[in-house]
Design a protein around this ligand. Structure first.
Ligand code: UDP
Ligand code: MG
Length: 321
C-alpha cells in the first residue's frame, strides 16, 4: 500500500486545528487504498496548538507532531517536515484551511499518472487585499524577468510532491529559504490544478507587510544575482553620463570662463549619485548577508520533541546519513 504524508506547518493555529483535522480525517478515511501520515510541524506556537495536537494524537496515531524549539517561520518549518515525512509522496497544506483538502484526491490521481509535483494554482485570491494582490503580481513579474527558471504564478505551497522531489528539497540546506523558488528550481514533471483559494477559516494571517517585503527580497536574492548585474549596469550608465557632463563642463569653462553658478545642478548630481551608491551598496549587502548567514553552517532548525519524545541532536539530513 502506498503511503501518503500530509505536511502541515502550524503556528498559533488553535482556532482551526480541530476544524482542519475533521476535514482531513473525513477525507483520508474516504481513501482506504492509501496509508496516511499527518505530519504537523508546531512552529513555536505560543497558544494551545501543541496541546491540541497531542490530544489528536491520543486517538489517532496517524497524527505525528514535530515540535520545533522556537518559531522559525513557515519555510524552515516545511524543511523540518521534509526531513521527517516518510511517505511515497507528501502533500503540503496550510493549517488555516485556505487550501481545500478536497483537492487531494485529484492530486493523488495525477501522481498515479506519473506526475512528480502536482501544484494547486489559485484562480481567485478571495479575502486578500488589492494591495497584497498587486504587490505579489509585481514581485513575480520581476522574479520571472530576471531568471531563466520558469516560476509558477499564483501558486502557494499547496502541492503534492513525489518522494524524489522531497528528497531533492531535503538536500537544499540553505537556512534562509525561499521554498517557492526551490519548487521551480528542482524541476521534475509538474502538473497544475486550478482552484479557488478560500479566506482563512479562523485566526489571523501571520504575514505583515514587512515580512512579505523581506520574503520578496529573500526570494530575489536567493534565486538570482540579477540585482548585482543591474547595479553594475546602472553604475556604467551613470559613469558614462558623468563623463559626458565632465567634458561639457571642461569645454564650457575653457570657452566661457569659470562661473560660480550651478548650485542646483551640483546638488542634484551629488544627491543622485549618493542615492545610486547607497542602493548598490544595499544590493551588495543583501548578498553578503546571505553569504554570512550560510557560512555559519548552523542547523536550519532545532527540534524539541518528535511525538513527545525529546530530541537531543538535530535529525541528520539524508545527505549526511
Ligand atoms: N506558519 C508557520 N510559521 C510561521 C507563520 C506561518 O508555520 O511563522 C504557517 C501557518 O500556521 C499556516 C501557514 O504557515 O499553516 C500559512 O500561514 P498564513 O496563513 O499566516 O499565511 P497566508 O495564508 O496569509 O499567506
Ligand atoms: Mg493562510
Amino acid at each position: 500500500m502506498k503511503k501518503v504524508s500530509i505536511l502541515i506547518p502550524a503556528y498559533n493555529e488553535e482556532k482551526v486545528i480541530h476544524l482542519l483535522y475533521a476535514r482531513l480525517k473525513s477525507l483520508i478515511d474516504s481513501l482506504p487504498q492509501y496509508e496516511f501520515e499527518l505530519m504537523f510541524v508546531n512552529d513555536g506556537s505560543t497558544d494551545n496548538t501543541l496541546s491540541f495536537l497531542y490530544g489528536l494524537r491520543k486517538d489517532d496515531r496517524r497524527v505525528n507532531i514535530i515540535d520545533l524549539s522556537r518559531n522559525y517561520g513557515k519555510e524552515i518549518a516545511m524543511l523540518a517536515g521534509f526531513d521527517y515525512v516518510s511517505g511515497d509522496c507528501t502533500i503540503i497544506i496550510d493549517a488555516d484551511l485556505q487550501d481545500p483538502p478536497e483537492l487531494i484526491p485529484q492530486m493523488l490521481q495525477y501522481w498515479e499518472e506519473g506526475y512528480d509535483d502536482v501544484y494547486a494554482k489559485r484562480r481567485s485570491r478571495e479575502g486578500e487585499s488589492y494591495f497584497k494582490k498587486k504587490t505579489s503580481e509585481w514581485f513575480y513579474k520581476i522574479l520571472q524577468r530576471t531568471t531563466k527558471i520558469k516560476i509558477q504564478l499564483d501558486t502557494g505551497d499547496f502541492r503534492l510532491l513525489d518522494a524524489s522531489c522531497v528528497e531533492a528539497l531535503r538536500q537544499i540546506r540553505e537556512s534562509s529559504r525561499y521554498t517557492k523558488g526551490m519548487f521551480s528550481w528542482i524541476g521534475y514533471r509538474k502538473k497544475e490544478i486550478i482552484f479557488d483559494r478560500n479566506p482563512r477559516a479562523a485566526g489571523e494571517t501571520k504575514w505583515s507587510f514587512f515580512k512579505l517585503l523581506s520574503l520578496a527580497i529573500e526570494g530575489i536574492t536567493s534565486f538570482t544575482t540579477a540585482p548585482l548585474r543591474i547595479s553594475t549596469i546602472i553604475g556604467m550608465l551613470v559613469s558614462l553620463a558623468s563623463f559626458a557632463y565632465m567634458i561639457y563642463i571642461l569645454i564650457n569653462t575653457i570657452f566661457n570662463g569659470n562661473s560660480v553658478a550651478g548650485y542646483t545642478s551640483t546638488i542634484t548630481i551629488v544627491l543622485f549619485l549618493g542615492g545610486v551608491q547607497l542602493l548598490s551598496l544595499g544590493v551588495l549587502g543583501e548578498y553578503i548577508s546571505r553569504i554570512f548567514v550560510e557560512t555559519k553552517r548552523r542547523p536550519p532548525y532545532l527540534v524539541r520533541s518528535f511525538n513527545e519524545e525529546r530530541i537531543i541532536t538535530t535529525k541528520k539530513t539524508n545527505a549526511d546519513r
